[in-house]
Design a protein around this ligand. Structure first.
Ligand code: ADP
Ligand code: ZN
Length: 596
């Protein structure tokens, strides 16, 4: 690759030397990772190229994974064989043969995080710049490989739609794309409009990557995955040339799926900054747009991108012929959560009485990734106890851990601190029980977890789609209940309330500046980068303060009127550390409520 294409002419030659030095180190690092990776694969048998070629032509292989020059084949019986194919053309030929015989082909690109860390460690060795030009040569000779020499994280079994639950709509929207990938030409003949780019948008952990992977495997085509942030190169021009090589590779493998995770990292609005980093990013994005416009639709390359910030993408990305279909992948509702739990529970032994519906009901707002994590933590807890199966206590433990953080072991509070914490938490509980629109109190604890000394856990009983003014006010009051109890019952204030206050003020500020719930009426501030009038900002702060103070007063009134109940709750906490919903209600003289 000619030097001039990678380094803009304006750069001084000194910089070239530095860059080349880095590249040499990069090459070393990659080789080191390559060796490491080679060791970590559960390889059964090494074969040579001829044997690999025979295997490809014979058909019947299940999947093929390519990492740099290493081709790993999962055979029909599940055993693994591996061959090293350094010649790129040969590698392409053999993978094409596998793909033709219906094996699932997957390429993996280098994890940017790993790369960045590696670079940071090798940074002190900058003295090696003297070897700069040799490094440049090494890099140049590595060519395409450097994009795809990588560590693979997934398992060896292909993901299918059976592994993705609760996202039926998104799945239905992908059906057409899968039809197209199965037979691009036929799709064209029948007059379908071939898809080119799809944008999967939604919160993290909702299964976007999983969906893209399942689509490729359903269509039995190769899956090339890269992360948007891997295009954020430290060196000018490299991001764009990476994009070029990625598409060149895809065209050879077509039909195939290119998956760009976190496209927002590379697809932000162009022309924001005048510094060289953002100019380079603009160049990378331009290259992506050029590639997307450039390929003929019948060649059968579909680009699927995922983001949780569709709002910050450059509008050019979503124009017709590019990412012109957006599929929203939302957090699952209760039924969806149950299905996701069912998928992940397949691998576990559950106690007979353990009801997945019950878990789904108690985990509003959990993403698919959170639910997978929940069952995993529960299984770990069950193993630790020596239980035969995962039971409800393990699930409760895992949920508390995810929602409230890990219990801090060996952290002993003295009785004075425990008492102050118990009073503070009881203040939250008292207000939480008194307000009409809050979420039911589920648990209160004075065992330190994470950075908090105590926790009061309120859980919505259903998925809350709409938040009313009353609900938000009650939230603010409940958050301030801890401070109210400190003032009235301890005659002091603790710094432990700072997080409560921060969250309360944040809610109040949004009520004023976004939801139009103050005397200022429906106002909207616009984008953060737009200029705002200082007068308006001042009035927003004033109205925020009015809401916070009103709720603080309300919290104090509640605490003042529940002194006896709070004292009983504090005694219970001092004795037992953690109380559940029924134990709390009993101390407050309320009927027990099984549903909470
Ligand atoms: P995203 O790409 O949206 O951030 P991923 O697809 O990477 O999320 O999901 C991360 C992990 O969470 C998956 O590997 C899977 O274990 C679990 N998961 C997420 N969503 C689902 C789902 N809808 N069904 C089953 N598992 C899911
Ligand atoms: Zn608190």
């Amino acid at each position: 690759m000619p030097l001039s294409r990678l380094i803009p002419r304006s750069q001084k030659p000194g910089k070239v030397v530095v860059v080349a030095g880095f590249l040499l180190l990069l090459a070393f690092t990659l080789v080191a990772f390559g060796l490491f990776y080679r060791k970590s694969l559960p390889v059964v048998r090494d074969i040579n190229y001829t044997q690999l070629r025979e295997l490809a032509d014979a058909g019947g292989a299940r999947s093929v994974k390519i990492v740099a020059d290493e081709v790993t084949v999962t055979q029909a019986d599940g055993t693994l064989v591996r061959a090293v194919v350094t010649n790129e053309a040969a590698q392409q030929e053999v993978t094409a043969a596998f793909a033709k015989n219906k094996a699932q082909v997957e390429y993996q690109s280098l994890q940017p995080g790993v790369l960045a860390t590696a670079l940071n460690y090798t940074l002190p060795l900058v003295a090696l710049v003297a070897l700069g030009f040799i490094g440049w040569r090494v890099y140049a000779s590595m060519g395409v490989q450097s994009d795809f020499s990588a560590a693979e994280t997934g398992g060896d079994t292909a993901v299918t739609f059976a592994d993705v639950a609760g996202v039926d709509e998104a799945r239905a929207e992908l059906a057409e794309t899968i039809d197209f990938l199965r037979d691009p030409e036929k799709f064209g003949r029948l007059g379908g409009r071939p898809p080119r780019g799809l944008l999967l948008s939604g919160p993290p952990g909702t299964g976007k990557t999983l969906l893209a992977r399942a689509a490729a495997s359903e269509a039995k085509v190769p899956f090339l995955s890269v992360s948007g942030s891997s295009f954020q190169e430290k060196f000018a021009g490299l991001g764009a040339s990476r994009v070029r090589r990625l598409f060149a590779r895809a065209r050879k493998l077509a039909p195939c799926v290119i998956f760009i995770d976190e496209i927002d990292a590379l697809g932000r609005r162009r022309g924001r900054g005048s510094d060289s980093a953002s100019a380079d990013q603009d160049q990378t994005l331009n290259q992506l747009l050029i590639e997307m416009d450039g390929f003929e639709q019948l060649c059968g390359v579909v680009v699927i991108a995922s983001t949780n910030r569709p709002d910050i993408l450059d509008p050019a990305l979503t124009r017709p012929g590019r990412f012109d279909r957006e599929i929203t992948v939302n957090l699952a509702d209760m039924r969806g959560r149950e299905q996701i739990l069912r998928v992940h529970a397949r691998k576990l032994t559950l106690e007979d009485g353990l009801d997945l519906t019950w878990i789904a009901r108690g985990t509003p707002g959990f993403s698919g990734a959170d639910l997978a994590n929940l069952l995993n933590e529960a299984a770990i807890a069950a193993t630790r106890d020596g239980s035969e199966a995962v039971g409800s206590t393990h699930v409760e433990y895992a949920r508390d851990k995810i929602l409230m953080g890990v219990e801090r072991q060996g952290f002993i509070m003295d009785d004075g601190e425990r008492y102050a914490t118990a009073v503070h938490e009881s203040g939250h509980v008292a207000v939480g029980l008194a307000v009409e629109n809050g979420d039911p109190i589920h648990k209160v604890s004075i065992l330190p977890r994470g950075r908090a000394l105590g926790v009061t856990q309120a859980l919505p009983e259903r998925d809350r789609l709409m938040r009313t003014r009353q609900y938000l006010e009650d939230q603010v009051a409940m958050l301030l209940g801890g401070r109210a109890a400190e003032i009235l019952l301890l005659d002091t204030m603790t710094a432990g309330a700072s997080n409560d206050i921060e969250r309360a003020v944040e809610i109040a500020r949004r009520m004023v500046s976004e939801f139009g719930m103050s005397p200022l009426g429906p106002i909207h501030l616009g984008k953060p980068e737009d200029p705002h009038s200082q007068a308006l900002l001042d009035r927003i702060e004033q109205e925020t303060n009015v809401i916070v103070n009103a709720q603080m007063k309300r919290a104090c009134e509640v605490v003042d009127s529940r002194r006896a109940e709070i004292a009983r709750l504090v005694d219970g906490l001092m004795e037992r550390d953690t109380l559940d919903a029924d134990e709390i209600r009993e101390r407050f003289g309320l009927a027990c409520d099984r549903a909470a």
